[in-house]
Design a protein around this ligand. Sequence first.
Ligand SMILES: [Fe+2]
Length: 494
Amino acid sequence: MVKTPHMLTRRHLLHLASYSSLGLAGSTFIDACSPKAPLQTTTGAGGAGGAAPTGPWWLSGNFGPVEGETEAFDLKIEGELPQALRGVFVRNGPNPYNGTTGHWFLGDGMLHGVRLEDGKATWYRARYIDTPVLGVEPSDGLDLPDIREHQANTSVVHHGGRVLCLAEIGLPFEVSKNDLGTIGVHDFGGKLASPMTAHPKIDSASGEMFFFGYGFLPSGLDYHVVDSSGQITLSQKIAVPEPTMMHDFQLTATRAVFMDFPLVFDMDEALAGEAMPFVWKPSLGSRIGVMPRSGGEVAWFEVELGYVFHTVNAYDDPNDGAVVLEAIRYASMWENGAGDFNTVGHLHRWRIDVENGNVKEEALDDRGIEFPRIAPSKQGLPYRYSFGLTIDSDAPPTPALEPNAIIKYDREKGNSSIHRMPGPRRLGETTFVADPNGSAEDDGWLLAYDYDYDNDSSALVVFDARDMSAPPVARVLLPRRVPYGFHGTWVADS
Ligand SMILES: [Fe+2]
């Protein structure tokens, strides 16, 4: 195992202990001007058409980092950008400053953003999130990492007028939507002293944001509700017996839904220096918790053994009040170690009758899918459409984890349609942006970064969400490739 600057080390355990028992009282904030190691990144584009991959796969090909920050203005556009798109598309992902990490999920967060207005793409910026650990080589010295010290590399959310960069092991980092510059750690006016999930949920009707966080000791979950202005209005502890990795959760109109699935933080692995010390423990089983979203008791329901990184949506069935949860389910996770991403996730539905305890579950598709997204207006509500990424089986062989197609599911018709990228192009997560002049649920566009193996380049691609058979509406050509990353969002001007 390659040691990295940001693996979970004994220092982190000290932090975790301080988080669990002392909260922020035991923390040390290292100024963002901490000395940074020089860039040593030499990884280029690997795979077909690129240099030979070197090192672990997450440092090779288009998973590998780009060198430094950059910006470009008045970008060339193929096609025609919708005039209604006024804002910034921004996506987060790991881009290790020192060129190496011990796991795909680690590495300093880098934002890639494109501003669209009046049919033009006025700028592209690649900016590191300037966290206290950016480029800092760790040591077993006196500095105690805390929830203000992490790479903030997983997702980005726009709420309460703030753009927040998230990773589930700490507090959010706020950045400016004007230039993606880092403003600093955001602790909700001192009210948040525990980690925040990378997948908060926003009720589009009330404007409230709901989230949770978990620790690495069996300290349970912390659940929070934030009003539309960005003020925390509710915080609650939730007991769980094991420190399981809960990457996502869900929200209905009345309930919060948690997934306690048995990928468990392991202290021995951590002390042994494993970069991602989580162990699959199937004997613990899998269970789903349902709680009033305004807080209260959690009712837990045993389900078939499995794991979920990402959910699609959840809602209260209008006919009988049952909770319906849809997510990308894996039969197991990391059985062969935390670098094993050979398992395939499938669209899955759980139907939980909270009153009588009945749980029904079913696999909905035998194709592999990840990075599910919906129209934000349907969060927590009955919905018709969802979108995700897949590797189209008719396409030439591709490395794992490099999707080349969008799947659009129509739950009302019970079918799906695919948009396959041409030739050597791959695709990152799509973000749905509603057409303000539309009325149907799929009136809008899907925005994503692509990667072209032939010329080692990327574009921001705008798809018509209504019609997967249509070519992209527009492609904004970028000055250099955008590495594969995790999650993005649309920061609308209003
Ligand atoms: Fe995620």
